[in-house]
Design a protein around this ligand. Structure first.
Ligand code: PEP
Length: 252
């Protein structure tokens, strides 16, 4: 039995003051929801601002990215150790980072190893573009991203990894995948690939989230699918009422 997992990716939204305001709206209602692992991923500049607010709430804090090196001349980057001071989680390989910032399966893999070394729970994003989807290449692309992105991880460490299947054509577009389509990719492509990498028992323990235009209105369509273990939520995580409703919908 996999514990449902819902994370909010705030992307480049909310100043520190606005982040504190949103967290104060989320705190009570989210703390009351049991049986779901809940994580908020504000921008770097707001992590410190909200960390003490989340203490003892059962709500985790995550970064949206990090570098894989420990320290050094990498202007503008943030190291795994810096993230670990404030966070328990980190998003790796989001499609916006792959598209706009040149991230590849190879850099995803380096970041994943760094996250595991620092005892962070990585949320690794995979997903095909619209062109790849329309040309029937979803399985091939997702399989490649999983195989290369999650390469060389010891099975004992893999169970902690959370995978988020986020078809790029569904992110921020208001055009979510159908629950059935996402369930197919999770159950027929991603989990079998995880099984080949880490063994069936570990693959069965790993959470696979869906992401892409999840809202309070469509969340249960995804959560009722057997292979969908939660959601990575972008736009809807910026509205307290919407995000709380999505987390509630994830309760088994
Ligand atoms: C995301 O940023 O990971 C995401 C899924 O965005 P949205 O929910 O806005 O589509």
């Amino acid at each position: 039995m996999r514990t449902p997992f819902v994370a909010g990716n705030w992307k480049m939204n909310k100043t520190a003051a606005e982040a504190r305001e949103l967290v104060s709206q989320l705190l009570g209602p989210l703390t009351d929801v049991a049986g779901v692992e809940k994580v908020l991923c504000p921008p770097f500049t707001s992590l410190f601002a909200v960390t003490s607010m989340l203490e003892g709430s059962g709500i985790g804090l995550g970064a949206q990215n990090m570098h894989w090196e420990e320290k050094g001349a990498f202007t503008g980057e943030v190291s795994p150790g810096m993230v670990k001071e404030l966070c328990g989680y980190v998003i790796i390989g989001h499609s916006e980072r792959r598209t706009y910032f040149g991230e590849t399966d190879a850099t995803v893999n380096k970041k994943l190893h760094a996250a595991l070394k620092h005892d962070l729970t990585p949320i690794v994003c995979v997903g095909e573009t619209l062109e790849e989807y329309e040309s029937g290449r979803t399985s091939e692309v997702v399989l490649r991203q999983i195989t290369l992105g999650l390469a060389d991880v010891a099975p004992a460490n893999a169970a902690r990894i959370v995978v988020a299947y986020e078809p790029v054509w569904a992110i921020g577009t208001g055009k979510a995948s159908s629950g059935e389509n996402a369930n197919f990719v999770h159950g027929q492509v991603i989990r079998p690939a995880l099984s080949r990498l880490f063994g069936e028992e570990t693959a069965q323990a790993m959470r696979i989230l869906y992401g892409g235009s999840v809202t309070a209105a469509n969340a249960s369509e995804f959560f009722q699918q057997p292979e969908i273990d939660g959601a990575l939520v972008g736009g809807a995580s910026l509205k307290a009422g919407e995000f709380v409703a999505i987390v509630r919908a994830a309760v088994k």
